[in-house]
Every structure is written in C-alpha cells, then in structure tokens.
Write a protein that binds this ligand. Structure first.
Ligand code: NAI
Ligand code: MG
Length: 488
C-alpha cells in the first residue's frame, strides 16, 4: 500500500463523503431556560444564537438568563431539595438516574449529531466517546444512590443542598453527566450553566429529565455567557459551586466565594507531558501521541500537549509522527471519516492562531500538515513545534488546540523535571516497555491522572482532577461523591 492511497488528499483516491444524517430529529427554533421542570423564556426576553462552528450557521436561538432568572432557578432547586429530593430514599433516587441513563442511550444518535453540530467535534467521538460515557456516568452513579453508606463506612452521608454548576464547551453533555450525576445521586439539586457556544445537549438533557419524570426543580438549566455564570456564583442560595473551565475564571470564582461557606471544586487547565522512552513500542506510542493531542481538536484539559521524547529515538518518533499526521482528515464533523473537526468558536480559533504565531516569534519551528480544510468555519491543521525551550509560552501555557510542543530528554530524571515544570498538574502519559519505569514516572509526575502505554481513557469509576493550577476536587469514582455529601 502506498502512502497516498489511504490519505484524504491522495492522488489515487480519498474517502468518499460519509456524513451522518441529521434528519432523524428536529431542533426547535428557540430554546427557553429549563426551570422547575418547564422551558420558560428569559425574563428580559433576550436571546442569543448558538452556531455550528463547521459552517458558521445559526442552529437555534437560546434564552439569555439574567440575575432574576438565576434567582428563579435557584429557588426552584431549593424548593425541590427541601420538599422532595432530600427526603427521597436513595433507592428511589437511583431509579430516576437509571431512567435518565437509559433515555440517553435511547436518544444517543440524536445527542451525538447535535453535539457534533453545536460544538464541532467529529461524530466518531461524540458517538463513540461522549454520549456512551455520559450514559455510563448516570448508570454508575445510579448504583451509588442507595449505597452511600458503603462509600463512607462508619459515617452517615447527607446531601449538602443546592449546587450551582458551570461547565465548558469541550465535552458538553459529558460534563453535564460528570456534574449532575454525582450531585443527584447524593441527594442534592442542581442549577447548571452550560457554555454559551454549546448549550443544546444540556437543554435536550432538560427534555430527558422531563421524560424520566424527574421531580420538577431537581435539575435546572440556565443558559447565557460569562455574566450568567457570574450571577449564579454570586447567588447566596447556593451550598456548593462546581466549575470546569479556564484558570482565570476559576480564580475569579474563588474570589467571588471568599468569606462564604459555599463549597467549591475547580477543574481547570492542563499542560500534560506524554513521555516516550527509547524502549517503548514506537508505533503504538505515535498513535498515543496523535490521540493525546488531536482528539477533540486538542480541546481537552488533560490533552497530551507536550511530547517529551528520549533523545535516541527523537528523530524516528518525529518522522513517524509527521507521516501519520499527514493522513489525518480535517473537516466535516458529521463525516464518519473525519479525525479532526471544527474549532469550537471563532474566539478559540483566534487564540490558537495567536499561539502559532507566538511559538514562531519565540524561535520554535512549526510543522503543519498540508491537508485541505473547508472554506467556511473554524479550522486549524494538526501542528507541532520543535526547537522549543522550557521557558517558551507554548510549553508553559494551555493552547487548547491541535498543537503539540516537542522536547527531548536524556534521563528519566530530566524527563520528570521537564514534565513537572509548568503551573499545571492534571494529567500525564508514559510509554515504555519497562514496568519499573512506569512506576517511577507515575510516582514522579505531580498530576491527577497518568496513563501508561495509552492516553485519554476515561471511566466513571476512576477519579479525575488535578494539582496546582489545574484545580482541586475529584470527579468520578468514590472520590467524586465526597464534594456532594456532608459526613457525620
Ligand atoms: P471560560 O472559563 O470562560 O468558560 C467556561 C465556562 O465558564 C463557560 O460556561 C462560561 O460561560 C463560564 N464563565 C465565563 N466567565 C465566567 C465568570 N466570570 N463566572 C462564572 N462563569 C463564567 O473558558 P473560555 O473563555 O471559553 O476558554 C478559554 C480557555 O480556557 C481555553 O483556551 C482553555 O485554555 C481553557 N478552558 C479549559 C477547559 C477545561 O476543560 N479545563 C474548558 C474550557 C476552556
Ligand atoms: Mg454552537
């Protein structure tokens, strides 16, 4: 097989278009706020459009929630908490979570397509990763609802109250599941604010709650931009705030909550190192690098955005990486053959392009693939930098795009020192044939999750979260229940 006949740009043939159809469901022209079990307009009547970043077309009009709407939603959540949800047995709560999980499975095809249209991620990922994992999180936490006594032996676990949850745009429905499933399983009620560029699946989740017969007000969803999020955090009726997003906003939230008893968990950015030793299975490692940084356009807080490769195999790895990258298909997120979809928003696309310029100005060498990209929409070709120094901004700062920074190392200690030399500590990766090296690296890197001979694998039973500026608190597993209970 020659190089070109499996590529999208090949001189022999490329893949024929294979788009997933979007005619098996119909989006509404406009969506209200989901408060007290009903969709209602924003008090101000204001709306904004959510667009498809692959073609810049508006998908639907979304209600823009102001302070009064936030107040309505928090009150609805409080009433549901006091009157219904906190009093319900864990066994009964669990039944609702199982129902939600099953409806997510039933509507999986619709949810996957909407996720790809609203956010730009390839259908292969939304279909095979985001939506099944979202359902899995509800199944997993449904199981915990009546077993909290086993999660915290010798203690009594009670709910804490109303949780305000703010989520980003990189895994819209999956983040709903990560936040909402443990909160509800533990007996809390929720006011959720999805990201302004990807509100649709969170709103469809409101419909799913209706279908599941979830008592009114247990889950509420308010849409809007940063000001809506800030109004939610400021509301005195919250017992808990959970946030995933940028480090800057995380810090602002921390300040806004200072002096209040409201509990807080933060999941912020990352700058993970993927460490390749000379004894690694190089071809698998190259696949792992690709998956680590190009998965979801690099819009992943735990992305393997730095590659640390042992000097003796550096050239081989870089050559193989280049060859593999040239086969990546960038384009229509709904096409089943697409590897890299659209960048989520114009703003994010500009941020990534700025970093491409910053890297070159700092003296690093940029490689980008030659694949074609559509004219409309927001796209960045798979890219990497070589000749980078530890002090470069492209090594220290989160780019959140398909851009890898490559460095080399000679010894394990040097690899660890470089891996830890950033303000973040969310994840990491190690590729080697030697178990002892895996243990040394996993103990030596200060990060919440470290993958060995694989990357970007998630499971509801495995806790996820960071150190340093990557935030605090864990989501998933038994550890992820802890922020949602009071122990006595
Ligand atoms: P962001 O932090 O502004 O957005 C995340 C969520 O926070 C959205 O729902 C947004 O509406 C809300 N928000 C914004 N300002 C707020 C405020 N003052 N109070 C309360 N909520 C607020 O992130 P943005 O601007 O979309 O992305 C910027 C960078 O942040 C990215 O380039 C990436 O480096 C990082 N990021 C990290 C994520 C992660 O998963 N850790 C997710 C999204 C972004
Ligand atoms: Mg959108």
């Amino acid at each position: 097989m020659t190089e070109t006949n499996i590529s999208n740009k090949g001189s022999y043939w490329g893949y024929a278009p294979a788009p997933e159809s979007a005619d098996h469901f119909k989006l509404k022209e406009q969506y209200g706020l989901f408060i007290g079990g009903k969709f209602v307009p924003a008090g101000s009547g204001k709306r904004f459009a959510t667009i498809n970043p692959a073609n810049e077309k508006a998908l639907a009009q979304i209600a823009d929630a102001g302070e009064k709407d936030v107040d309505r939603a928090v009150k609805a959540a409080r009433t549901a908490y006091e009157k219904v949800w906190r009093k319900m047995s864990g066994r009964e709560r669990g039944k609702y979570l199982y129902r939600i999980a099953r409806i997510i499975q039933e509507r999986a095809r619709e949810l996957a397509v909407v996720e790809s249209m609203d956010g730009g991620k390839p259908i292969r990922e939304s279909r095979d990763v985001d939506i099944p994992l979202a359902a899995a999180h509800f199944f997993y936490h449904a199981g915990w609802a009546d077993k909290l006594g086993y999660a915290f032996p010798g203690k009594t676990a009670s709910p804490i109250g109303v949780a305000g949850q703010i989520i980003p745009w990189n895994f819209p429905l999956l983040m709903v599941a990560w936040k909402v499933a443990p909160a509800l399983a533990c007996g809390n009620t929720v006011v959720l604010k999805p990201a302004e560029t990807t509100p649709l699946t969170a709103l469809l989740f409101g419909e799913i709650c209706q279908e599941a017969g979830l008592p009114d007000g247990v889950f509420n969803c308010i849409t809007g931009a940063g000001s809506t999020g800030a109004a939610l955090v400021k509301h005195p009726g919250l017992d808990k705030v959970a946030f995933t997003g940028s480090t800057d906003v995380g810090k602002a939230i921390q300040k806004s909550l200072a002096g209040r008893s409201t509990k807080l968990t933060l999941e912020l950015g990352g700058k993970a190192a993927n460490i390749i030793f000379e004894d690694a299975a190089i071809d698998q490692a190259v696949e792992g690098i690709i998956n680590g940084i190009f998965f979801n356009q690099g819009h992943v807080c735990c992305a393997g955005s730095r590659l640390l490769v042992q000097e003796s195999v550096e050239q081989e790895v870089v050559e193989k990486l280049k060859a593999r990258m040239e086969h990546l298909i960038v384009g229509d997120p709904l096409d089943k053959n697409t590897d890299i979809g659209a960048i989520n928003s114009k703003a994010q696309c500009e941020r990534i392009r700025d970093y491409l310029k910053v890297g070159q100005d700092e003296g690093a060498e940029l490689f980008q693939t030659k694949c074609p990209v559509p004219e409309k929409g927001y796209w960045v070709r798979p890219s990497f930098f070589t000749k980078v120094a530890q002090s470069h901004r492209i090594v220290q700062e989160e780019i959140f795009g398909p851009v890898l920074a490559i460095q080399s190392f000679r010894t394990l200690d040097e690899a660890l020192e470089k891996a830890n030399n950033t303000p973040y500590g969310l994840s990491g990766g190690v590729w080697t044939d030697k178990g002892a090296k895996i243990f040394k690296v996993t103990r030596g890197i200060k990060a919440g999750v470290i993958w060995a001979n694989t990357f970007n694998k998630f499971d509801p039973s495995s806790p996820f979260g960071g150190y340093k500026e990557s935030g605090y608190g864990r989501e998933g597993g038994r550890h992820g229940l802890r922020p949602y209970v009071e122990l006595s």
